[in-house]
Design a protein around this ligand. Structure first.
Ligand code: PEP
Length: 257
């Protein structure tokens, strides 16, 4: 299977932005801009408080809605947390897991990312699992070791059938929210490495089927080159997903990529 048969996914990660009226306004602006897009899966991953608004605003459109995290237990005494079942029941399709901001500020580990991924899959959600190296790790030339470890641990004991339902976002931590984008060659190199790891852990077929995105300061100006790469199947977009025209440009770049 080649890139041209893996559907690109462009997902916005809104992070902790937008009140409900602002969320509705952004999606209303986006809808007509992307209404004719066919070859790209468009996803908006929004704060929990915006999920209902976002689902209503995008009903019957080609925009899918995702959450930005979920807990790994089904229910119980976990004050402040949201379960995968709660998201699935609402009609949410995707969930971002293991984002570097969760790992950095909320002590998430590969072990909890693995548990969350299993919980999301069990609830029928499509996990977008984020991996990526710190600047220090790249400088020490251990990017591949870091990524191989994350892939092995984050997908531990997840079946081949289930891993095919996952999206992997390669997000070098040094490129997130910094304006420093990985070059298209760096993005391609690591996305290809992730695919090779999947082939080793599962099979060539699984490796070729999984969507691998790049994320990290992707914007309207650099998206085209990034998504043109063979192993880059779209992007996870933070800042630029908050502006409908910029997000649209990225989506259209992936349609042509
Ligand atoms: C992200 O939040 O996943 C991200 C890639 O952010 P930004 O595009 O702002 O770097």
């Amino acid at each position: 299977m080649k890139k041209n048969v893996r559907k690109a996914i462009i997902a916005g990660n809104w992070k902790m932005n937008k009140t409900r009226p602002e969320a509705k306004a952004l999606l209303e602006e986006l809808k007509p801009l992307v209404a004719d897009v066919k070859g790209v899966e468009i996803v908006a991953c929004v704060p929990f408080t915006n999920l209902e608004t976002a689902l209503a605003a995008t009903e019957g459109t080609n925009i899918k809605i995702g959450a930005e995290n979920c807990h790994f237990e089904k229910s119980g005494a976990f004050t402040g947390e949201i379960s995968a079942d709660m998201l699935a029941e609402m009609g949410v399709e995707y969930v971002v897991l293991g984002h570097s901001e969760r790992r950095q500020y909320f002590n998430e580990t590969d072990e909890t990312v693995n548990k969350r991924t299993k919980a999301a899959l069990a609830a029928g959600l499509k996990p977008i699992v984020c991996v990526g190296e710190l600047l220090w790790e790249r400088e020490c030339n251990i990017t591949e070791e870091v990524i191989a470890r994350q892939i092995k641990l984050d997908f531990f004991a997840i079946s081949a059938e289930d891993v095919k339902k996952c999206v992997i976002a390669y997000e070098p931590v040094w490129a997130i929210g910094t304006g420093k984008t990985a070059t298209a060659e760096q993005a391609e190199e690591v996305c290809a490495f992730i695919r090779a790891q999947l082939a080793k852990l599962y099979s060539e077929d699984v490796a070729e089927a999984v969507t691998i995105q790049y994320g990290g300061s992707m914007n309207a100006g650099n998206a085209e080159e990034l998504v043109s790469k063979t192993n880059v199947d779209g992007g996870l977009i933070g800042g630029a997903s908050l502006k409908a025209p910029d997000f649209t440009t990225i989506i259209k770049a992936a349609e042509n990529g």
